[in-house]
Design a protein around this ligand. Structure first.
Ligand code: FAD
Length: 274
């Protein structure tokens, strides 16, 4: 995180912009159980849209439906999401994908939102067995899809337990996102990974197939593989960096740690290589 406040995120976004890297903002928090808190998060995002507009940044947003009230009532989270999407105008609003019990509800709400608004995208996780089918069902809609490996600890009956199978599935899904059918449907393909091997495979593939490099983008987290982000942007690839901010980072980090102990190594490594 560049800092806890929106100002910190805006300053970081302006610095990245100088390097031809655009950004996505996300406000820390999830699993809100109180309607007034979900309303406050929604108001926060409406204010952020005004702030990025005033700074003339091409910053997009990424929201968690459980932070907008999904656990309280899916209709409430949809209402809050819609307010954000409408206020965002042309700006893309991405929906994060949370743990597997939320996938069905998230995709239902995404499909509803996408039918009414073009500026909404969703994240799909390559570690889930179901994702290949979900992707097939979303392609004809011309959806905006951010492909990730997946960050939660999931049971073996829902997700590939071995990393190498997750990577293999990611590669298969990435190619599908770049297929002629997907491009004809005007799918927005966002490859959200720091995996250098995968990124190299994707860029080689795009070159070999003669695909316009503007028809995909790479998304990464703020501060991770920063030099690689700059290099890709310099080579003419679209790069967008997700900036997380907010004050609830300690409980959030502890949950991430409980879900996936390997995250501790990532954090330590990024601290020492900064
Ligand atoms: C823009 C963006 C949005 C995301 N949204 C979601 C979402 O909505 N739902 C979801 O489940 N997951 C989300 N993720 C997280 C994702 O699922 C992975 O957990 C995360 O990106 C690590 O996987 P990787 O693809 O980078 O590959 P890995 O194989 O895990 O990592 C490749 C290499 O990248 C480096 N690296 C990766 N992560 C870190 C880190 N945290 N700190 C330091 N180095 C690191 C390491 O060098 C590592 O060897 C998102 C990721 C990004 C980039």
């Amino acid at each position: 995180m560049p800092g806890e406040t929106v100002e910190d995120a805006l300053a970081a976004a302006s610095r990245l912009r100088e390097r031809s890297i655009e950004t996505v903002f996300t406000y820390l928090g999830e699993n809100v159980t109180d309607r007034t808190e979900a309303a406050a998060v929604t108001r926060h995002y409406l204010g952020v849209i005004d702030r990025v507009g005033a700074c003339q940044l091409d910053t997009e947003l990424s929201v968690k439906l459980t932070q907008l009230g999904l656990d309280i009532d899916p209709a409430l989270s949809y209402e809050n999401l819609t307010q954000i999407i409408v206020h965002a105008g042309q700006r893309m609003v991405w929906i994060d994908m949370e743990a597997s019990p939320y996938v069905e509800a998230t995709l239902d709400l995404y499909r509803r939102a996408r039918q009414a608004h073009s500026n909404v995208g969703v994240c799909l996780q390559a570690y889930l067995y179901r994702t290949a089918n979900d992707l097939e069902s979303l392609l004809p809609m011309g959806a905006a899809i951010r492909l990730v490996k997946g960050a939660y600890r999931e049971p073996a009956d829902r997700a590939f337990p071995r990393k190498r199978d997750v990577d293999k599935n990611y590669w298969a899904l990435a190619r599908r996102l770049l297929s002629p059918e997907a491009r004809r449907a005007r799918v927005r393909a966002a490859m959200a990974t720091h995996d250098r091997r995968l990124i190299a495979r994707i860029t080689d593939y795009v070159r070999a197939q003669g695909i316009d490099r503007q028809s995909l983008e790479f998304q990464m987290l703020y501060g991770i593989e920063a030099a690689h982000q700059i290099r890709l942007a310099q080579e003419g690839w679209k790069v967008r960096v997700l900036i997380t901010y907010g004050s609830c980072w300690f409980p959030w980090y502890m949950r991430r740690l409980a879900e996936r102990p390997a995250n501790a190594w990532f954090v330590l490594r990024s601290l020492f290589s900064a």
